[in-house]
Write a protein that binds this ligand. Structure first.
Ligand SMILES: CC(C)(COP(=O)(O)OP(=O)(O)OC[C@H]1O[C@@H](n2cnc3c(N)ncnc32)[C@H](O)[C@@H]1OP(=O)(O)O)[C@@H](O)C(=O)NCCC(=O)NCCS
Length: 155
């Protein structure tokens, strides 16, 4: 059974590996190897990730096999990182995480969620009520990556 819980400091190494593996194995379907290399570099900065895990509200999905995904909500309604483990994609973990984020946003009185969805994640967010505001290009180490600014009114 999958359970959603808050981030704990010792989750950091597992979450960083999950992020790296998912980008390299799943997002590679929609981005070039050069784009993947700047998105999930070999020399990930663990200290800045730790700071980000704490600064954003990070929710962790866990099942009997271990951590299955994580998602982050900021107080302004921004969904920052949102990643499911490469070997659990398509099994409902992302939907569960998003429901938990929406519930948390509701509790905090946040009326609007927004995110920058990858090409890969855009259909997932679209089917869950997010509308595309615009396609955008973000530069990382001089390499352009396409994503989509999306938002959902929680009414
Ligand atoms: C997008 C993502 C978070 C969705 O999580 P998930 O656990 O696979 O989602 P669920 O199993 O709850 O739902 C699967 C849905 O996503 C869609 N989907 C998106 N990418 C998919 C993929 N690579 N494989 C299977 N389904 C995928 C399915 O079509 C399905 O759609 P539907 O239920 O609306 O018909 C996950 O696929 C992921 O981590 N992708 C790569 C990382 C990424 O791009 N993250 C967002 C960064 S902005």
């Amino acid at each position: 059974m999958t359970n959603i819980r808050p981030y704990k400091d010792n989750d950091a190494p597992v979450l960083i590996t999950l992020f790296t593996e998912t980008v390299r194995r799943i997002n590679i379907s929609d981005y070039t190897p050069e784009q993947i290399a700047v998105w999930a570099p070999k020399d990930e900065d663990a200290a800045s990730w730790r700071e980000r895990f704490v600064r954003c509200m990070t929710l962790v999905a866990e099942d009997e096999r271990g951590i299955a995904g994580f998602g982050q909500l900021e107080v302004n309604g921004h969904i920052d990182c949102f990643y499911v483990a490469h070997d659990r994609i398509g099994s409902g973990v992302g939907s569960m995480l998003l429901r938990a984020i929406e519930q948390r946003a509701h509790e905090l009185g946040i009326g609007m969620l927004h995110t920058e969805a990858s090409i890969t994640a855009r259909p997932f967010f679209a089917r869950r009520g997010f509308r595309t505001v615009q396609e955008q290009s973000v530069a990382r180490k001089g390499i352009a990556l396409t994503n989509f600014s999306m938002e959902k009114d929680l009414g």
